[in-house]
Design a protein around this ligand. Structure first.
Ligand SMILES: Cc1cc2nc3c(=O)[nH]c(=O)nc-3n(C[C@H](O)[C@H](O)[C@H](O)COP(=O)(O)OP(=O)(O)OC[C@H]3O[C@@H](n4cnc5c(N)ncnc54)[C@H](O)[C@@H]3O)c2cc1C
Length: 628
């Protein structure tokens, strides 16, 4: 089906109105950066940027929804070797530091914070981030709908509440920054029919805590039946579903096969694909693979025939496990807490509510003379030891900001940006590190937040989360509304006639392709798809699912924000985690860094999460402090 709707469909989908399009295609501003640097690259038009990035919501994060066009373009110029080597030699001096951190996500901010704890606040630190705001994958979208302020996660979303005193990284972090461990949630009016919500955007997915959430399943012609909804299919053993008896039996076995495995089994699972494990080791009906495919695709980045069984097996959780929770803007408060720790007046306030909602004081980030300076919209292009091989030398860091090249010097560097970009930046890295990085590949994920004016169509269906099964033209596979965490001054009602954010989480796996090729092919497709096409697909999918239940896209959708993450997941094919045939895992080599460069991105854990970002950022910051 063509994605371009005709006039009639445009009207029906509400594409002729809406705030999502108001800023679009308004000129042909050429990229100042390209012009000043004398790059041999096509000039970038404003229209192209808007066509890609689309509407970004309101507030501080409005110009940084996922990977935005300018950031993607700069990264691709770097990858393709299009920066003029001669220009590097003439970069403007940008000061001398004790630490430069590349990347302002949780890991980069942790590196700077724990460096300061280890080395004191005397040493001068510079943090360079290529987006217009900090947070990396843990940023938030903000909306204002009919006077109601709404937040949603751009990517990084949930966390398990750490037990106080457990000594875990998360426990220490919560204590360090005074983050509360008990929360109040939006009230549900007793006059309304009872509904169960997730507190995050994963619990509703099969294999997680779906039994604690009211989930609607949409079965259509692809299951040999007229389109229709069923609620909470697991609660009666899948009895009313169109699945075959063998598929039902094996899905129930799959769901029950959870819980931790020992080290030996974990290593064994790392030797085969998840599909192989499901179909050949466990002997399940292929319907199980089909059912879980999009969830594996989201969380591992690739399809079940390419992801390691080690990772796939971890996705199935005990049904009675407490639900994970999320802040209104997902994990954005974690980097915000670190920022407050580093530059207190950059995030005014000291309370929990301002940690989530307060606007940043951008003027406080990069002031002369302060111990930590933070520079936004600054893309690091090159990191190189001044005198390679000499342990006491300095490192030169070249970056581009506003179309000008700068070069800063430093005693130590933390690379808290991902391997996909580090391998193009680290000009003098040793051969074995380069070889290790060549084994890293990544897959994209797409998170779409739809701000709704009302959601009575879901209430009438009796669900707060939905699951459907892909057909050739479908968009995504699930979406949900959260019951939001409350804080002082932010206690918007949860009611079917009030605004709320409906979030779609999806990966883009391509079954049948080898793991690394899947990542590259799906990323290419994903980056080539304009915002408008995704908007049409979201609206069409919602009209298809919910139109017969009172949903009207024109009336009900206030805004749609896309958050594209080109390198959301480090792909872990079999053998990646533990290594194969006596060769160590490439993760081990990258963790070591080299010379005066420490590497500390969350991916060094394998499956990235906020805690691993803190852990590896902290370790890299402490290693840099020890370099003296
Ligand atoms: C879609 C999605 C969902 C997730 N869901 C969860 C979840 O629910 N729970 C959870 O715990 N974790 C989740 N994660 C993972 C987790 O949050 C991340 O691992 C963590 O936030 C990553 O932090 P980081 O600092 O290591 O990397 P990043 O967040 O990637 O930060 C790196 C920063 O460096 C910047 N950068 C890159 N190159 C350059 C350059 N050349 N110059 C300057 N800056 C540069 C980037 O723009 C970015 O801001 C999710 C991740 C994604 C993508």
């Amino acid at each position: 089906m063509s994605y371009m709707p005709d006039e009639n469909e445009r009207r029906q989908l509400g594409l002729d109105t809406g705030i999502t399009r108001r800023d679009f295609v308004n000129g042909s501003l050429v990229s100042a950066g390209g012009a000043l640097l004398g790059l041999s690259v096509p000039l970038v038009s404003r229209a192209a940027a808007d066509t890609f990035t689309g509407y970004g919501g309101v507030g501080d994060y409005a110009k940084a929804n996922g990977n935005t066009w300018p950031v993607v373009q700069a990264a691709h110029r770097l990858r393709d070797g299009q920066y003029d080597a001669a220009a590097f030699a003439h970069a403007k001096p940008a000061g001398d530091f004790d630490l430069i951190v590349v990347g302002g996500g949780i890991a980069g901010l942790s590196a700077a914070y724990y460096f300061a704890k280890a080395a004191g606040n005397g040493p001068r630190k510079l943090l360079l981030e290529n987006h217009s705001i900090l947070g990396g994958e843990a940023r938030q979208n903000e909306f204002s709908v009919d006077g109601v302020r709404l937040l949603g996660p751009q990517g990084s979303n949930d966390f398990g509440i750490p037990a106080a005193g457990s000594g875990s990284t998360a426990d220490a972090f919560f204590s360090e920054f005074g983050i509360p461990r008990e929360y109040t949630w939006q009230k549900w009016d007793a006059q309304l029919k009872p509904l169960r919500f997730a507190h995050d955007n994963y619990s509703n997915m099969d294999g997680f805590q779906e039994s604690q959430v009211d989930v609607g399943y949409f079965f259509g012609p692809e299951w040999g039946q007229a389109p229709g909804w069923q609620r909470n299919i697991w609660s009666n053993g899948l009895k009313d579903t169109p699945l075959t008896p063998a598929a039902r039996r094996d899905l129930l076995r799959w769901r029950a096969n959870n819980g931790p495995v020992g080290d030996a089994e974990d290593r064994y699972l790392d030797t085969l694909t998840y599909k192989d494990y499901l179909e050949n080791v466990r002997g399940y009906d292929p319907a199980v693979t089909r059912f879980v495919e999009p969830i594996v695709g989201l969380l591992s980045g690739v399809s079940a025939d390419a992801a390691s069984a080690r990772l796939g097996r971890q996705l199935v959780e005990p049904t009675d496990r407490p639900m994970a929770v999320s802040f209104p803007g997902g994990n954005a408060p974690f980097p915000r807490a670190l920022l407050r720790g580093l530059v207190p007046d950059a995030l005014p306030g000291t309370d929990f509510s301002s940690l989530m909602y307060a606007p940043l004081n951008f003027g406080a980030l990069d002031r002369d003379g302060q111990a930590t300076r933070i520079r936004l919209n600054a893309t690091v292009l090159r990191v190189e030891h001044q005198h390679p091989g000499q342990g006491d030398g300095r490192v030169e860091v070249t970056y581009e900001q506003g179309g000008t090249l700068f070069k800063a010097k430093t005693r130590s560097v933390v690379m808290a940006s991902g391997g996909w970009i580090n391998k193009h930046i680290l000009a003098d890295m040793p051969e074995d590190l380069r070889t290790a990085y060549q084994q890293f590949s990544y897959a994209p994920a797409l998170i779409v937040n739809v701000a709704l004016r009302q959601w009575r169509f879901l209430y009438d269906l009796g669900v707060t989360a939905c699951r459907w099964f892909d057909d050739a033209d479908g968009f995504g596979y699930c979406c949900n509304l959260r019951q939001n965490m409350l804080s002082e001054g932010h206690d918007a009602a949860l009611h079917p006639d009030r605004p709320a954010v409906l979030s779609f989480y999806m990966g883009l796996p391509i079954p049948g392709l080898p793991a690394a090729e899947q990542g590259a092919a799906s990323r290419a497709r994903f980056f080539a798809t304009p915002y408008m096409e995704y908007e049409v697909r979201v609206r069409r999918q919602m009209a298809h699912l919910f139109g017969p239940h009172g949903f009207n896209p024109k009336r009900d959708i206030a805004a749609i924000v896309l958050n594209r993450w080109g390198h959301a997941r480090l792909i872990e094919p079999p053998g990646f985690h533990y290594g194969v045939a006596g060769k160590p895992s490439p993760l081990e080599r990258v963790r070591q860094g080299y010379g005066r460069v420490a590497i500390g991105h969350s991916e060094l854990n394998g499956a990235q999460h906020w805690g691993s970002a803190v852990e590896y950022g902290r370790k890299a910051g402490e290693r840099a402090a020890a370099m003296g």
